[in-house]
Ligand binder design. Sequence first.
Ligand code: 13P
Length: 251
Amino acid sequence: MRRPLIAANWKMHMTTAETREYITEFLPLVEGVDDVEIVLAPPFTSLAVAAKFLKGSNVKLAGQNVFWEEKGAYTGEISPLMLKDVECSYVIIGHSERRQYFGETDETVNRKIAAAMAAGLDVIFCIGETLEEREAGRTFEILKRQISGGLRNIKPDGLVIAYEPVWAIGTGKTATPEQAQEAHEFIRKELNSLYGDASEEIRILYGGSVKPENIASLMSQKDVDGGLVGGASLKPDSFSRIVRFKETEGG
Ligand code: 13P
């Protein structure tokens, strides 16, 4: 059984004061939730304050990016050990915004995943096709390339995949549950050919305009094991309702 994972990707939002306020409001809203793993990915500048206020809680921390070297003359970069140092359990790698605006490729993403895992971080590895690629019927080809490139020589332990169709990110256009399931099923098959039975343990999150109103129907799909939430994670109330999706289902 894969335990659902719901992660908040705050992107470039929240000062340290806003982070503290958010966490103070959020923790009581998710108190006692233990059937869903909850993760927050604040910007780097908020990680230390978040770690302090999340201590002893049921919420884990993630970095939004990482560099592959341990240390050195790499101005502006953050190492896996630095993320461990501020108590991150996870790191998001290969987000489409990083691929689109910061030149990340399957190869650099692969180096980052390897370094993060070597340092003991679990990895949320993002993949997904653009609208143009989907309309050209290339979705599976793109996913296959991203998976084989990103996961070259990577072991499955501590690996989480996030399927984020680029056309659904920040656009209000969510993939239908069926579209998500179709892509997740394909991803699971690819993982199976890489890892065999171990692929059954790998969680595949959906990301792209996830909201309290659509999370339950996405989660009802067989291969959807959680969500990576941008905009709707910026308010404690809305994110806590996403985390508690089982209750909104009426179940
Ligand atoms: P939105 O939820 O704002 O569409 O963002 C999705 C995303 O990119 C999460 O990583």
